[in-house]
Ligand binder design. Structure first.
Ligand code: ABN
Ligand code: CU
Length: 689
């Protein structure tokens, strides 16, 4: 059975392209996007209520194409169920996403361009070394000199002394601008004071370079993950069931992983949690004020695509354990389909102690210790220099976690001899300036807490206003949570507050907990929430409207998915598209209805030498936690690793035995004074269970 939110298969992509070509044989089209047009939510939910009997929504493909000689894009819709082209429209004044092919062509262009060769020579690269000149092609972002008419990339330039070298330790100081469609260099930005190619030795992480610095350490013992009985999840197509959770795993060229229709089986009652969760956009603004670095602010999802850039994952490297993979299919420019094998990794990991308690009264003999397992659904994408590792993690207590790890290589620029960074970057290697930047992600949450009629409140820890000594706070120690329900979009535009430990709670106001009297909710706990550093009125502020605040809530609208606009490359931000348009005057009602939360979180990155030549993975994380949702701890039925009741302990004590969780069976890391640790094995914690 095809699940209506399944991504298009390779065959469906090819079929969609064939339908468009057959309907418009005279048009010289190059496909940029062919992706699932998700069914309307109401249609999907109708189907999902009775999938065996209800008619499935038609499979529809939306496409974006370029037509030779036409500025802007052609966008349209294909009904794959009927084979009909339902829409075909020209959209002007926009530019589509850059595909991997678009990026890959730029190096060839700049290497043979005479004006680029001239600049290379001026920088200290011999003309005979043009095969050693590399570039990271970025969309131009926005440059008022060139506007949106042409499809432009800026080439961030580097020199690689050897094919196995890592070019980021030898940046060049100028920036060619390339027309993606014609393959021409249309301009070169050259700084007024030149910075020659650094003569410092390269910095690299290749085996040869590590050998030259003493070789790999020999002190790492293997750790094997063993799952002798396989996994505890089941898959039906792309629907997964794991520990009472059930959800569908979608994927698209832009957001990458999309989690759909997440429910929780609460002792036989299937309770909806979220209709859709995804990373909807991100922006990486750089903080060097010198022209043209203001153009460095990548929207990695909207300009390049977290799906298009996704890696094929490998066992033992990206994921460990017993793995289930899902592939991804994308269109090539000619409308044929290509497949990324193993684009999504699904596996389980030990999750540490889920809960534990011991009783001091019998010297901790009374103990319960329950270990958890977590389900991880992950992908990794390479955004030129950077890698983003995205982990959607499900925990046994009903918590859903999003963890993102950053690794890969810093974007670098040349630091001239004796030049100062002025604090806008760090010299991470001689002659290498890594500019300050932020990684700001926009998480789109469409909650469905026990149904689609939800509200959003922010909860802050507050003290009563009365002073110490006043009757209602005589000792001054009182505090309580203050919940503010957002009535309008305008009220929802809020920021994190460390002082109050603010959370944003998605509540079902009609479902009050029998004990707490509070509404069933999932709360968003997210504390890695820097402010957008580019100033109000700046290009980034205008283009990345979603990043102005940590939280925005809007009423649900079908296919309103991308908060920096559908077409992000080369937007001027005048007017700001996407979320700022949907917010409008902020008066739309959002109480007790179907809502979407747009949450911006991330890190401000001041580079350091430890981040070079390749950055150790830096994690950031947020949680969606059930509150007043379950009657009590929903994980009480997870089998304990060890349990000893007080009466059992007393019986043992009466028999002069000692009940204790103290480990007696594991081979310890160090026994009999040995310090090489060769004895350690996994053991059950006490040998009694
Ligand atoms: N980080 C900007 C970027 C992403 C992908 C491809 C090129 C550049
Ligand atoms: Cu960074």
């Amino acid at each position: 059975m095809v699940y209506p939110l399944d991504p298009l298969t390779a065959d469906e992509i090819a079929a969609a392209a064939a339908i468009v070509k057959a309907a418009k044989p005279e048009k010289p089209l190059g496909f940029n996007v062919i992706t699932l047009a998700e069914p309307k939510k109401a249609e999907f939910l109708k189907w999902a209520a009775a999938p065996e009997t209800a008619a499935a929504p038609h499979r529809e493909a939306e496409f974006v194409a370029l037509e030779k000689g036409h500025s802007g894009v052609v966008e349209g819709l294909v009904d794959l169920t009927t084979g009909e082209l339902k829409a075909f429209e020209y959209v002007s004044g926009v530019q589509p996403i850059l595909t991997i092919d678009d990026l890959a062509n730029v190096e060839g262009t700049i290497r043979k361009d005479p004006s680029v060769i001239e600049q290379c020579v001026l920088s200290g690269v011999p003309a005979s070394d043009m095969d050693k000149v590399y570039c990271d092609p970025w969309t131009i972002g926005y440059d008022e000199r060139f506007g949106t008419e042409r499809r432009l990339q800026q080439a961030i330039m580097y020199y690689r002394s050897h094919v196995d070298d890592m070019q980021y330790s030898h940046p060049l100081d100028f920036c060619p601008i390339v027309d993606t469609e014609t393959g021409e260099v249309i301009a070169i930005d050259i700084p007024p004071v030149r910075r020659p190619l650094s003569k410092a030795a390269r910095s690299n992480y290749s085996p040869k370079d590590i050998e030259a610095e003493g070789g790999y350490r020999t002190t790492v013992k293997p750790i094997h993950v063993s799952q002798p009985e396989g996994v505890s999840f089941t898959m039906a197509g792309r629907e997964i069931e794991w520990q009472n959770f059930k959800l569908h795993i979608g994927f698209n060229y832009r957001e990458g992983i999309v989690l759909n229709n997440i429910t929780y089986n609460d002792k036989g009652t299937v309770r909806p949690l979220f209709y859709r969760l995804s990373l909807a956009e991100m922006v990486v603004p750089y903080g060097c004020p010198e022209h043209p670095h203001q153009r460095k602010h990548a929207f990695d999802l909207g300009e390049y695509g977290g799906g298009y850039m996704t890696n094929s994952l490998a066992l033992g490297c990206d994921c460990k354990g017993v793995i289930h993979y899902l592939d991804a299919a994308f269109p090539a420019r000619d409308g044929s389909a290509t497949i990324v094998k193993n684009a999504i990794c699904i596996h389980e990991e030990d999750d540490g102690v889920l809960f534990k308690h011991s009783d001091f009264r019998d010297n901790y003999a009374t103990t319960i210790n329950v270990r958890g397992v977590k389900l991880v659904i992950s992908q990794i994408f390479t955004a030129a220099n950077y890698e983003y590792m995205v982990y959607w993690i499900f925990h046994m207590d009903g918590t859903i976690q999003l963890e993102i790890k950053l690794t890969g290589i810093l974007n670098t620029y040349v630091l001239g001899p004796g030049e100062e960074t002025h604090g806008f970057g760090t010299q991470v290697h001689p002659g290498v300036n890594a500019h300050n930047h932020q990684h700001l992600f926009c998480l789109r949450i469409n909650p469905m807490i026990d149904g689609t009629a939800n509200s959003v409140q922010m909860t802050d820890a507050v003290r009563p206003a009365a002073p110490v000594g006043a009757p209602d706070n005589f000792y001054g120690n009182a505090f309580r949570p203050q919940a503010t329900v957002f009535k309008t979009v305008g009220e929802s535009i809020t920021d994190y507050d460390h002082a109050t430990g603010r959370t944003w709670d998605m509540i079902n106001p009609a479902k009050l907990h029998p004990y707490s009297g509070k509404p069933a909710s999932y709360k968003l706990v997210s504390r890695e929430v820097p402010a957008l550093m580019p100033k109000e009125g700046s290009l980034v502020w205008k283009r990345a409207g979603f990043a102005r605040h940590h939280m925005h809530v809007t009423p649900y609208v079908d296919r309103q998915l991308y908060p920096a606009g559908t077409y992000v490359p080369q937007t001027s931000g005048e007017p700001s598209v996407g979320l700022p348009e949907w917010i409008g005057d902020g008066s739309a009602a959002i109480e007790n209805t179907d809502v979407v939360l747009w949450h911006t979180f991330g890190v401000t990155h001041f580079p350091a030498p430890e981040d070079f030549p390749v950055m150790p993975a830096e994690p950031m994380s947020l949680l969606l936690r059930p509150r007043n949702f379950f009657l009590k701890n929903p994980a009480l039925d997870v089998p304990p690793s060890y349990v000893m009741t007080t009466s059992q302990a007393a019986t043992l004590a009466a028999d002069h035995e000692v009940a204790s969780l103290t480990d007696t069976t594991s081979k310890l890391a160090f026994t009999n004074g040995a310090t090489n640790g060769t004895n350690g094995t996994n053991g059950s914690c006490c040998g009694k269970c």
